[in-house]
Design a protein around this ligand. Structure first.
Ligand code: NAI
Ligand code: 15L
Length: 274
């Protein structure tokens, strides 16, 4: 990562939530190249502010804190929240109440666009022999996936009622490299994650659009044709990792639901009611 991947783009103040997380830490230096001020927020430690960075510790469950967080913000990249199948109370606080707080604050402060980190687990109960698009009905594979579906629904409501645009990114598996056979299909490289976020921030008209966040992998379950107007062009591929992964995972247990469904192990994790 050196030069910006989309050199023509410039924003005033971008808010990045979840900035202490896996993707947040990747996006922090990258988004900085596209804006005058980068406001970074999380409930976890954010380290020290670099020039033109603003650090705000805030829990998404805290309505007043989130209201304050959005003051003076032009666009939001919302990565914050519970990112795996966990206790319902944690999912509810961050991904349900937190989303409502974020969108209400965006409305109060006239924020025009939000890029929302949704998840492939909104449709995790489609089989691995099906190719689906953002137009297909949701099939969440757990409370986590369902909470992301709520987020997408909320984004649609705030577009229809209040004209706040959102691109919901159904991110596959964004890590340094694919870890297993499933991720040969779901992997999103960090450079492609940057391309995806910048396309979502800058596409001229999006309303509420949904796009799968996935690299240009030869094996794919997701057809992004209905989201072509977002202009996301992935440039990386899981192919370079295939031989090593197939050698390591030479036996496939097709009786395991994790190998039959797109959501992988999420389809047999939880739900955890507390
Ligand atoms: P992560 O778990 O590493 O980061 C999430 C961040 O949100 C953490 O720093 C955490 O402290 C913060 N957070 C959680 N609850 C909070 C609360 N109540 N208030 C304030 N902050 C809170 O997840 P990662 O991998 O960085 O993912 C970022 C986003 O993208 C998440 O929303 C996740 O659901 C979504 N996503 C990520 C995928 C991936 O492959 N990395 C795949 C699909 C979706
Ligand atoms: C997700 O939604 C999670 O946030 C991430 O940690 C991965 O597990 C990813 O999905 C995946 O499906 O691989």
């Amino acid at each position: 990562m050196t030069a910006p991947l989309a050199t023509h783009l410039r924003f005033g103040r971008i808010l990045l939530t979840g900035a202490a997380g896996n993707l947040g830490r990747q996006l922090r230096p990258r988004l900085k190249r596209y804006c005058d001020k980068l406001r970074l927020s999380d409930r976890a430690d954010l380290g020290t502010a670099a020039p033109d960075e603003e650090l705000v510790l805030a829990d998404l469950a805290d309505q007043a804190a989130v209201h304050q967080l959005l003051e003076g913000v032009d666009v939001v990249v919302h990565m914050g929240g519970i990112s795996t199948e966990q206790a319902w109370s944690a999912i509810r606080d961050a991904n349900i109440s937190g989303m409502v707080h974020l969108y209400e604050a965006a409305r109060a402060h006239s924020v025009k666009r939000i890029v929302f980190a949704s998840s492939n687990h909104v449709t995790g109960f489609y089989r691995q022999d099906e190719v689906i698009s953002p137009k297909d009905p949701i099939r969440p594979d757990g409370l986590y996936g369902l909470s992301k579906a709520f987020g997408e629904g909320l984004a649609q409501l705030y577009w229809d009622r209040f004209g706040i645009e959102t691109v919901s990114l159904r991110i596959g598996s964004s890590f340094p490299a694919p870890r297993d056979r499933r991720m040969l299909a779901t992997w999103l490289s960090y450079d492609d994650a940057e391309r995806l976020v910048m396309a979502a921030l800058s596409a001229p008209v999006v309303g509420h659009s949904i796009v799968y966040g996935v690299s240009d992998n030869p094996l794919t379950w997701w057809d992004n044709t209905p989201a072509q107007h977002v202009g996301f062009r992935p440039q990386d591929s899981s192919e370079a990792f295939r031989a090593e992964i197939e050698q390591r995972q030479s036996v496939i247990d097709t009786s395991d639901p994790a190998t039959r469904y797109q959501g992988g192990a999420f389809v047999r994790t939880g739900p955890f009611f507390d």
